[in-house]
Write a protein that binds this ligand. Structure first.
Ligand code: NAD
Ligand code: IPM
Ligand code: MN
Length: 384
């Protein structure tokens, strides 16, 4: 953060990757909201735009250069829209940009609150109550490590592995052969004591901050004991030793999905390995009212990144039907991360006020209304 020398106003530097599909549409609205809210605390924002995404990749062949990562590190936060396009094979940009950012900056916490909003219909009736749950997703390990490959012409898998994480490096070899020979794909998952311990501590701190007395570990130790059994046992040990006041329960992810749909209010803090956290957060988003309202933060000790839970939604890109609330509320999480609490609160209150006071036709398409992405953004901005 710099200061404006004439007015002594703090200036925050925010890197932006608007990305693909509806990414630029929703990010534009998040920027307007963040700027207006920051000015309430006399802070100003300087944006640094990066062009990465499908169009840039198709035109220049570049995904996310190392130099950009080094430059971004000086920013106070990173705002991301969405990455991924039907014109690019799945995985190239998603791994090359989103996961690369999470891993490079060691953003080991993926915070995904699921809160129902006023006047927003939910697919499962909540009996007049509001959903308020949170997925705490481990963000650097599990099946997301990128260990493995596709071996499709009868060759053996004989790969040297090497990667860096905050806290450790991994070196080794994956050597597999099939008899008879046939094409195969393999992707190894890893869970470490370091990785599980740090995310469990964050989940426990979150539960305490929320005034709750329990953490739910989302697991699948019955089918994958080496991976999820390890995660579950390690997390349990951390909770028992370091947070004796908290109860800890483990629920298999399949049963969790069942329970969640029958009672979306049944859980508070859901501590998830990377893959389950991804899947459960989309389910939670749907239960709370819609993908277009689900915000998220990728937090670490270095640069943190704020982005909606949703993707580039190519099915509605360019139609104006994207709901920008998820991106705007991710902007609120960004402001809170900058310790601009009043500004963060102002954004959240403005979203609530807009939803409470608007007639149905002025709601986003996703909530049964007719307001475009820009109009929803404008209506919220007016209330900030
Ligand atoms: P998606 O989240 O883009 O879309 C799922 C459904 O939700 C679609 O019907 C879409 O129209 C709807 N939706 C999403 N955001 C919305 C919004 N703001 N307002 C209204 N409706 C919204 O998931 P997908 O279809 O699996 O993925 C599309 C692309 O995005 C793929 O390339 C995928 O890899 C990528 N992706 C990126 C991210 C990210 O950037 N963080 C996250 C998920 C998916
Ligand atoms: C998300 C996305 C990403 C993930 C993809 C695009 C790699 O689905 O942020 O939820 O799986 O984490
Ligand atoms: Mn996802």
């Amino acid at each position: 953060m710099r200061q404006d020398m004439q007015q002594l106003r703090p200036i925050y530097h925010i890197a932006v990757i608007a990305g693909d599909g509806i990414g630029p549409e929703v990010t534009a609205e998040a920027r307007r909201a963040v700027e207006a809210a920051a000015s309430l605390e006399d802070a100003s924002i300087e944006w640094f735009d990066y062009p990465f995404g499908a169009a840039h990749y198709l035109e220049k062949g570049e995904i996310l250069p190392g130099l950009a990562l080094i430059e971004m590190e000086d920013a106070n936060a990173l705002l991301l829209g969405a990455i991924g396009s039907p014109q690019v094979k799945p995985g190239i940009l998603e791994r090359g940009i989103i996961l690369a950012l999470r891993f490079y900056f060691d953003q080991y916490i993926n915070l995904r609150p699921a809160k129902s909003l006023p006047n927003v219909p939910t697919p499962v009736p909540l009996g007049g109550k509001m959903m308020d749950s949170v997925v705490i997703r481990e963000n650097t390990e599990d099946l997301y490590m990128g260990l493995g490959g596709i071996y499709d012409d009868g060759e053996d898998c004989d790969t040297v592995l090497g990667l860096e994480r905050g806290g450790y490096s991994l070196r080794g070899k994956l050597n597999l052969s099939l008899s008879p020979n046939m094409p195969f794909g393999v992707q190894a998952a890893l869970s470490t004591r370091h990785g599980v311990t740090r995310i469990t501590r964050y989940a426990c701190e979150t539960a305490i901050e929320r005034g709750e007395d329990r953490v739910t570990i989302v697991t699948k130790s019955n089918a994958a004991p080496a991976l999820y059994g390890f995660f579950e046992d390690t997390a349990k040990r951390v909770i028992e030793r370091e947070y004796p006041s908290l109860k800890c329960e483990a629920v298999n992810v399949d049963a969790l999905c069942y329970h969640l749909v029958r009672d979306p209010l049944a859980y508070g803090v859901l501590l998830c390995p990377n893959l389950f956290g991804d899947i459960v957060s989309d389910l939670q988003a749907a239960l709370a009212g819609g993908m277009g309202a689900a915000a998220s933060a990728n937090i670490g000790r270095r640069l943190s990144m704020f982005e909606p839970v949703h993707g580039s939604a190519p099915d509605i890109a360019g139609t104006g039907r994207a709901n920008p609330i998820a991106a705007i509320l991710s902007g609120a999480l960004l402001l809170r991360h900058l310790k601009l609490e009043k500004s963060a609160g102002a954004v959240e209150k403005a979203v609530n006020k807009y939803l409470e006071s608007s007639p149905k036709n002025e709601l986003p398409f996703e909530f049964g209304g007719e307001f475009s992405c820009r109009e929803v953004g404008g209506a919220i901005l007016k209330r900030i």
